[in-house]
Design a binder for this molecule. Structure first.
Ligand SMILES: Cc1cc2nc3c(=O)[nH]c(=O)nc-3n(C[C@H](O)[C@H](O)[C@H](O)COP(=O)(O)OP(=O)(O)OC[C@H]3O[C@@H](n4cnc5c(N)ncnc54)[C@H](O)[C@@H]3O)c2cc1C
Length: 309
């Protein structure tokens, strides 16, 4: 017969360290690439995590982080030449995963600038445009945004853009609005996609936000998701641009889609598996739940801003 003295109190098992890389994607990186990922992880844990909740609560971007963020040298990751960081598309994805692991908004800031805005110029720009814009963007001296979505056109941008571009001699005149544009309220350069009234094709334009007459941005307030990255509604009222500011390789929505495909493929999958709530880690910042709501929208669900209700 068993006696009470035979029953030993059980010792709780030590849980393994949480690992956000479920699919061990980082294993596919080179030693040098792994060192970059480690540098980004350390940065996010030591510099971002301690302060980011305050910015989330304040609905504000942490400009104080920009100088140290630049030192990570990850501008133009995955692009060769033009002062870009180079490396593989996989590396871009895993770095995005590391950023999103601590704060999905900073990952969006990175993806919009270094993926969508720089990618538009890298894929659709002329050699001259690449030489002019990519080096300062890779150094984070000029920050970019990507203006495709409009107040009434989200999923249907391929066929329904209402922003127009009209050629007038050596210049173009742009009219319309863009909404939900990440980084727009404060950045330097916007890639604006507009429909050419002459041939009905979508074309891309580089607009210098701070010096172009007729260009204005209103910050989208009361977001419930991705509160640290700043989204804006851009208005273009008879904005006049030289032909030199038209992306020379962007002649139809097919060229816009190449940029979306490239950035989406290397980043979104990593986003989807990197959030703490998705991988069971403790929540490091307030950003996780809103992130999920925000990207449900990007992945075709409903709105995240009370401003639009
Ligand atoms: C935080 C955040 C940052 C963003 N940053 C940028 C940015 O930097 N630049 C930019 O250009 N845009 C940006 N966007 C906009 C984003 O890309 C759009 O939200 C996205 O394209 C979806 O458009 P929508 O939200 O208008 O949804 P809608 O197009 O209105 O879709 C709503 C619903 O209808 C469904 N639906 C739509 N069309 C069809 C159809 N034909 N058949 C069946 N179902 C359909 C969708 O699946 C979805 O469930 C951002 C959005 C957010 C939330």
């Amino acid at each position: 017969m068993a006696t009470a003295t035979a029953l030993k109190p059980s010792v709780p098992k030590q849980l393994p360290q949480p690992n956000s890389d479920f699919y061990q994607l980082a294993d596919a990186l080179t030693v040098e690439e792994k060192a970059i990922v480690k540098k980004v992880r350390t940065y996010m844990e030591t510099k971002v995590q301690p302060i980011i909740n305050k910015y989330w609560s304040d609905d504000a971007f942490p400009f104080e982080l920009l100088p140290s963020f630049k030192e990570l040298s990850i501008g133009g990751l995955g692009f060769e030449g033009y002062g870009c960081a180079g490396g593989s598309q996989k590396l871009f994805g895993v770095v995005a995963m590391e950023l999103a692991r601590v704060d999905a908004s900073l990952c969006t800031f990175f993806g919009v600038h270094s993926g969508l805005a720089m990618g538009s110029i890298y894929l659709d720009g002329s050699e001259e445009q690449k030489q002019k814009w990519l080096p300062p963007m890779a150094r984070w001296e000029k920050i970019g945004c990507f203006g495709l979505t409009e107040p009434l056109v989200g999923s249907g941008t391929s066929g329904g853009l209402t922003t127009t571009a009209k050629r007038d001699g050596d210049t173009w005149i742009l009219n319309g609005q863009k909404r939900w544009i990440g980084n727009a309220p404060w950045c330097d350069i916007s890639i604006i996609w507009a429909r050419d009234l002459a041939d009905n094709q979508v074309k891309g334009f580089i607009v210098e936000n701070k010096t172009t007459p007729g260009f204005s941005v209103e910050k989208i307030e009361h977001k419930i998701a991705l509160k640290v990255v700043q989204n804006g509604q851009i208005t273009l009222k008879d904005v006049r641009l030289p032909e030199a500011n038209r992306l020379q390789g962007g002649n139809s929505f097919r060229d816009t889609a190449r940029v979306l495909r490239m950035t989406g493929q290397r980043q979104s999958g990593c986003f989807a598996i990197s959030t703490p709530a998705a991988n069971g880690e403790p929540l490091p910042a307030c950003s996780t739940a809103p992130w999920r709501a925000g990207w449900r929208r990007r992945l075709d669900c409903k709105n995240v801003s009370r401003a639009d209700k």
